[in-house]
Every structure is written in C-alpha cells, then in structure tokens.
Design a protein around this ligand. Sequence first.
Ligand SMILES: NC(=O)C1=CN([C@@H]2O[C@H](COP(=O)(O)OP(=O)(O)OC[C@H]3O[C@@H](n4cnc5c(N)ncnc54)[C@H](OP(=O)(O)O)[C@@H]3O)[C@@H](O)[C@H]2O)C=CC1
Ligand SMILES: O=CCCC(=O)O
Length: 345
Amino acid sequence: MAAAAFLCARAAAPALLPPSRGLPRRLLLASRATAAALSSSSGEGGGGVEFQGKVGFLGLGIMGAPMASNLIKAGCDVTVWNRTKSKCDPLLSLGAKYEPSPAEVASSCDVTFAMLADPESAAEVACGANGAAEGLAPGKGYVDVSTVDGATSKLIGERITSTGASFLEAPVSGSKKPAEDGLLIFLTAGNESLYKRVAPLLDVMGKSRFYLGDVGNGAAMKLVVNMVMGSMMVSFSEGLLLSEKVGLDPNTLVEVISQGAISAPMFSLKGPSMVKAAYPTAFPLKHQQKDLRLALALAESVSQSIPTVAAANELYKAAKSLGLADHDFSAVIEALKAKAQSSQQ
Ligand SMILES: NC(=O)C1=CN([C@@H]2O[C@H](COP(=O)(O)OP(=O)(O)OC[C@H]3O[C@@H](n4cnc5c(N)ncnc54)[C@H](OP(=O)(O)O)[C@@H]3O)[C@@H](O)[C@H]2O)C=CC1
Ligand SMILES: O=CCCC(=O)O
C-alpha cells in the first residue's frame, strides 16, 4: 500500500455524471458523494479523483485500452500489462508504466483491474503462472471487469482472497464508445470495502455503478443483460432483411423503430451500417456468442427455459463459422442471409 495518499488529478475529465434518471436512490447518493468529492478537490479548470495508491491494468483490448487511458488522463498512476506487448505502447505514451507480467503489475500496485476476453483468459491471468495472484498480498485489491460466468468469477475470487487481498467482480455494460467516453455501467459484486475504495476509479471510467452483493451476482446480471441484447440483435436483423424482401427501405425501418417504444441506441447506432453490410467492430461477435453460451449455462443451472436465446446462439455460432468472429456482433445478420440463400438452393 502506498504510504501517501495519491490524488489523481482530473486534468481531462470525461463526462462523469450524466442524467441520473432511473438509478436507485442509494446509487444516486453514491454518485453525488463522488461528485462532491470531485468538486471539493478540484483545482482551476478540473476536479480530482480521490484514490489512495497505484492502479494496475491487465488486458488492453477494445475495452481495456480506453478504460486505462481514462484513468491515466484523470491523473492516476497506472501500470499496464497486455499479452501482446505492443498494445501497451499508446498507454505508455500517455504516461503509464509497464511491468512484464500480471504478477509484477499486481505486486507493484495497490489495486489491479483486469479486462480479459473470456473465462479461460481471465482465470489464466489471475491464477496461472506469473498470474496476478502471485503478486497480491493483504491490503491489495483485484477488480475483474471481464465478462465471465459466476463459477469462474468465484474461482478467481477464491484464489485472490487466499493471498489476503480483496476481490471485486465488476463486468461492464456499454461498449467501445462508452468506454472511450467514461460512460460505462459497472455491475459489481464481492468485497464491499474494495467497492467503496475503487468507487472514484469506477466513476472515472463509468456513469453508474451497481453493487449487487455476493460474487457471481455481477456476472449473472451481465449475462442476463447480454442475452437480451444478443436476441434483440437477431430480431432486428430479421426485421431488416424482411423489410427489404417485401420492398421496404430498411433505412426507413431503422428510422421508424428509433421513434417508437422499441427504440434502442443499439438499433440507431448499428442499423445504418448493417444496411450497408459493414460491421466495424465495437463488440466482437465471438464475445457475444461466448456470453450467450454462458447465459444458456446459467439458465440451465436453474432449469429455466430460454428458447429464443438458444436459437440466437445458433445463429452467432453460424456467423462464427462464416469467419465473422472478429467482426462486430451485428454481423450476425450475415448468418441469416446465408441461411436464406441456402434454403433457396
Ligand atoms: N467490446 C465490447 O463492447 C465489450 C466487451 N465486454 C467484455 O469485456 C472483455 C474484453 O472485451 P474486448 O476488449 O472487447 O475484447 P478484445 O478481444 O478486444 O480484448 C481481449 C483482451 O484479452 C486478452 N487475452 C485474450 N486471451 C488471453 C490469454 N489467453 N492470456 C492473456 N490475455 C488474453 C487480449 O490480449 P491480446 O491483445 O494479446 O490478444 C486482450 O487484451 C470480454 O470479456 C467482453 O465480453 C464487455 C462490455 C463491452
Ligand atoms: O458486453 C458487451 C456489451 C455491449 C453494450 O452494452 O453495448
């Protein structure tokens, strides 16, 4: 633990506290308390992020890089690691430090965040050889923001806490742009003291945070949200293709949907490029399929039937086999096109 309090200066503050409509009162209070802390410690033209210590960040993919970048821009003392080392370079130019393994990051920092691809990589980076757990000790914290299943999160949590360190799972809702803009939604569970301790950091990277109790609840909430999203995208894709087939302009469908009760930012954001068969990656299709697979297992564990999700999952699997795993998940529409083509032959 750093001897002196380290105050992250909010030099280039991302939008911190958007309209609070819809947030539970307890969370609103948390956000306002942070806002008060920020404004009371603000210097000329900026605020301050009160956090005691050094921050580690493991995993600098589509999400991890902008999240770590926002912490650095807010003035935090950040040390990074990524399996592919070159992805650290943009962060190092912003002022981050580098350590050659997760263990060394965790040992040199007070709190370490991890944003990894899937359950396997999250477990490997936390618990494997030279993994974060090897560098942890009492007083330190580990916050896993990857999307994984509850069982993996519990396994990671048990290994982390066996070192005397604290563990928080904190998967995020929101994609590449919200990550860049500091507007993510954190779904946290686990050690509540750690939650409170890292709250100022979560507020740099996100617009709201939910504390959901025991480890596993954050993971479950994230999987439920993403299974709804994955099915919505399939339904939207079917609508776009059907509208075109019956002679309507799918762009008009996007506009009509945007004005009605089923309007969702996702449709307005991705619809126009889907019509042009362009899928610039914000949320990789392989990760959406991973989340559906994990949501299906979650449902199975409580004998809940989710047939729509099961059908959607098959389409994402088909899209993966078409070579679209690294495209945006909206490319699932291509699996429907392929299906239509093969049924015409
Ligand atoms: N993109 C999005 O919109 C969102 C994604 N998420 C979730 O966040 C997580 C990260 O997503 P995203 O940033 O998009 O994914 P990316 O695929 O862009 O990044 C994945 C990261 O995991 C690392 N990684 C993968 N396998 C291993 C391994 N075996 N050992 C060590 N590191 C590994 C990658 O390292 P390397 O660079 O070396 O490949 C990279 O840093 C996922 O769980 C995803 O489901 C959550 C919300 C939104
Ligand atoms: O896990 C990815 C979620 C993407 C989003 O919430 O827009």
